[in-house]
Design a protein around this ligand. Sequence first.
Ligand SMILES: NC(=O)c1ccc[n+]([C@@H]2O[C@H](COP(=O)([O-])OP(=O)(O)OC[C@H]3O[C@@H](n4cnc5c(N)ncnc54)[C@H](OP(=O)(O)O)[C@@H]3O)[C@@H](O)[C@H]2O)c1
Length: 346
Amino acid sequence: MATPTTTPATMRAVQYDACGGGAAGLKHVEVPVPSAKKNEVLLKLQAATINPVDWKIQKGDLRPLLPRRLPFIPVTDVAGVVVDVGPGVKGVTVGDQVVAMLNSFNGGGLAEYAVASANLTVKRPAEVSAAEGAGLPIAAGTALQALRSIGAKFDGTGKPLNVLVTAASGGVGLYAVQLAKLANLHVTATCGARNMDLVKSLGADEVMDYRTPEGASLQSPSGRKYDGVVHCTVGVSWSFFQPLLSDAGRVIDITPNLSAILTSALHRVTFSKKRLVPLLLSPNKADLEFLVGLLKEGKLKTVIDSKFPLSDAGKLVLPKNLHTDSGGEYLDVIIQTSHLCVCLLG
Ligand SMILES: NC(=O)c1ccc[n+]([C@@H]2O[C@H](COP(=O)([O-])OP(=O)(O)OC[C@H]3O[C@@H](n4cnc5c(N)ncnc54)[C@H](OP(=O)(O)O)[C@@H]3O)[C@@H](O)[C@H]2O)c1
C-alpha cells in the first residue's frame, strides 16, 4: 500500500454503542481520524485480526473493566503504515510498515486509521504480509509467554520437554505448536478432527481429536508425562491434569476461572512442585519483534482462515450462531481454524 500524503479528517469504522445483541449492534460509522499524542503513532491500517477477547468485550463479559467507554471500536491486533508520529517517538517514522497492538482499553482496530503506542509498534519487513503480522500480537504473544513459563528456550539451550497444547487449532494453539517445536519440545496436541492434519503439518508429534475418548483423556499416546501444558480451552480441572504431569509439571491456563486462580495461589503458598499457573498476556515490544522476526525467517506461520473487507466486519465479529460444543465460548467463524483477518480494501 502506498504511503498516503494527506490524512483525511474522518474515516470509516465499525463500532457498537452497547454491549450484547450480537452483530445487530455493530454499526458502520464515519468518525474523526484520531491523532497521535506523545509516544504514539497514527497508522493507516491494512489488516486487523479479531480474537476471542474482542467478542467477549462486545458481549459484556469483561464489564466493568472493558469496554472503558461506549461507543467502542473493537480490535487491537493490527498492521498498517505509519502516517504520523507524536512527540517523543523513536525507532519508527512516517512511511514505515508496522505491526502493532493497540491499547485494549481504547480498541480501535476495525477502522481505517488507529493510534498505537510506539512501545507496542514494530517494523514489518517486506517478507511478512500485513495479514500475517496482524495475527501475532495477542495469539502468538500469549503462546510465547505460556511456553516460556513452562521453561521453553528459543536459543537452543533448553531441555527437550514434553508439552501438551489443548485447542491447538485455535489462534493461540497454532502458534504454540510451532513455537514449541522451535524450542525442540515434544508436542502432543488436541483439536477437532477437521484440523488434525493442519496441526500435524505445523509440527505436532501427536495429535488427538478432543471429541474422542482418547482425546478427551488428554493422555499422550506414547505414554509421556507432560512437563508443561499450554491450556487454551475450558472445562478441565486441576485434578484431571495432575496425574498427567511429570514431577514438576506446570499447566499454564490462559482462560483461568476463580477455582483455577485459587488452586494456583494454594500451589504457590505450599511450594507445590506441580503447578497451575494462570497467564494473562503481558504485551511487550521485544516479544513482538521476536515473533515478527520468526515470520520473516519463515520459521513461524500465521494460519489465516478467511479475509474480509472492513465493509463485512459487522457480520463477522459476532455472527448469530454460537459454537456450542465449548459451552458457547467459540464463534462459528473463528472455529474454522483461528483468526479472522479483516483486511481493509482501498
Ligand atoms: N490469558 C490471555 O492473555 C489470553 C490470550 C489469548 C487468548 N485467551 C483466551 O484463550 C482462549 C483461546 O483463544 P484462541 O484465540 O486460541 O481461541 P480460538 O482461536 O477461538 O480457538 C478455537 C479452537 O479451539 C478448538 N477447541 C474448542 N474446544 C476445544 C477442546 N475442548 N479441545 C480441543 N480443542 C478445542 C476449536 O476446535 P473445533 O473448531 O474443531 O471445535 C477451535 O479450532 C479464548 O478463551 C481466549 O479468550 C487468553
